[in-house]
Design a binder for this molecule. Sequence first.
Ligand code: RBF
Length: 166
Amino acid sequence: MSTVKGPAPAPSSFPGSEKLRIGIVHARWNKEIIDALVAGAVQSLQKAGVPTENILIESVPGSWELPAGCQIMLDQKPVDAVIAIGCLIKGSTMHFEYICDCATHGLMRLGLETKRPVVLGVLTVLNDDQGLERAGIGRNGKPGHNHGEDWGFAAVEMALKSQGKM
Ligand code: RBF
């Protein structure tokens, strides 16, 4: 069945994107999914016109560390926006709920308090299949969609908006 859910196509041009520096901070848990999401984000940053040498990638142990990892990057590196990438897969205890809640709140706070764009690239999925689909790897014949691609475009748009260029 078709669905109306999902982002509208990204703008066709991002004037000024060639000067942007974009950070990616990714968790190392659930590596197959993370690697695909990071690759998707890098690809869309390049498509939007960000030079490859202006894309800075760092990692943290898990999604819990993403707010602090992004804060460190914003403090120490001259980036115009940061994309936090993680994948939380529900287990049999309450860990999932606590980490999802804290990581997403922490990332939102960071963006609002620093007034610098922080893109939420954290999947919160109920099982492996949902994660693989949302990373564009697919499972059980469903190709899925790589959400990392949307996050790259979101970072460029928000960086330009924060500079009054879009
Ligand atoms: N980090 C993730 O990025 N994704 C996960 O699915 C995930 N699941 C976890 C489950 C448990 C039971 C624990 C203890 C940690 C998990 N973490 C996960 C790691 C967490 O984000 C953090 O790196 C560690 O708790 C160390 O602070």
